[in-house]
Design a protein around this ligand. Structure first.
Ligand code: BDR
Ligand code: CA
Length: 308
């Protein structure tokens, strides 16, 4: 079993990532921590509460984290995730699940230092909370088992060079990528290949239970915005690649490479400079996912949704 903290900004694909994680006996969710990203942190937190209610998760702590990036101003992605951050399905107004009275960064520190089992961090939003935790308590760095994240790539979706999660808080990403913790990275190169097209969504719609039905509603909304905004055929379920890997590592293949974060560029701020040809001579710090077995990925999601 892998003990994880899901640090997220739900977010359609973040929500699906939580749903996938919860369905697997290979994963134990220690906590869900939230960060400003797709929408403001109050809203990403509310969305985490809503997903916990949908899954009837009573015992997993939720802690709210950073409301803005370390250095620059906030930037959100309403165009993609709607005003609520989770537009599409109807959720009850008032969540039952409560939020803990502790900052996300402090909960991460506490869990990493004091849990019986080593903790894997799974960030699927901007890396602000993880960087804050590392800055506040540097001792955590040697205790984190692995960081399995969605972010970056060899091209961008927010600027030509930068992917949203890294762009929003590139200074935080720099802290994390230079921390020395083993990083497994799912960037756009791979997540764009986990694209839920009409035929995939139709197939998932044959599963009849409230969780699967909510996921189909999420995917329909997400597909629509990806079509409108990017001209894509379907919706990439970026964030769920992280959990798919932890459940079934053979879905992906990796290259061990150096990845540096651009924080000064005029055009390339927030770029992940992936040294695929080893031209820098720098030590590898990242396992960079570069191949996905799509059949295995969709089969896993289908099995997961059927289990509810
Ligand atoms: C990332 O940005 C967000 O919109 C998604 O949730 C994902 O984490 C993709 O660039
Ligand atoms: Ca996300």
């Amino acid at each position: 079993r892998t003990n994880v903290i899901l640090d997220c900004d739900p977010g359609h694909d973040d929500a699906i990532s939580i749903i996938l994680a919860n369905s697997s006996d290979k994963i134990y969710i220690e906590a869900i921590t939230t960060v400003a990203g797709n929408v403001e942190v109050e809203k990403t937190t509310l969305n985490a509460q809503r997903i916990c209610d949908l899954l009837q998760l009573k015992n997993i702590p939720i802690a709210m984290g950073a409301e803005r990036p370390l250095v620059k101003q906030s930037e959100i992605a309403k165009e993609i995730h709607g005003d609520s951050g989770l537009d599409g399905p109807q959720f009850p107004d008032e969540p039952v699940k409560k939020v803990e009275n502790i900052h996300a960064a402090d909960l991460i520190i506490e869990k990493v230092l004091h849990s019986d089992k080593p903790i894997t961090l799974v960030p699927t939003g901007p890396l602000t909370n993880i960087a804050l935790a590392m800055i506040k308590e540097p001792k955590i760095v040697t205790n984190i088992k692995e960081i399995v994240l969605m972010g970056g790539g060899t091209f961008g979706n927010w600027t030509p060079a930068a992917e949203f999660n890294i762009y929003v808080d590139a200074e935080a990403a720099k802290v994390v990528f230079e921390s020395g913790v083993p990083i497994t990275m799912f960037g756009l190169d791979i997540t764009h290949q986990a694209q839920a097209t009409d035929s995939i969504i139709e197939d998932l719609a044959t599963i009849k239970n409230p969780v699967a039905e909510t996921v189909v509603e999420l995917l329909n909304y997400f597909k629509h915005t990806y079509q409108e905004y990017f001209g894509f055929e379907g919706a990439p379920i970026h964030d769920a690649c992280t959990i798919a890997y932890l459940i079934e590592p053979s879905i992906f293949e990796f290259k061990h490479v150096n990845v540096a974060i651009e924080t000064k560029g005029e055009y390339a701020y927030g770029m992940t400079c992936v040294d695929l040809l080893c031209v820098t001579g720098q030590d590898p710090n990242v396992h960079f996912a570069h191949v996905i077995d799509q059949n295995k990925f969709w089969n896993l999601l289908k099995r997961s949704l059927s289990s509810y």
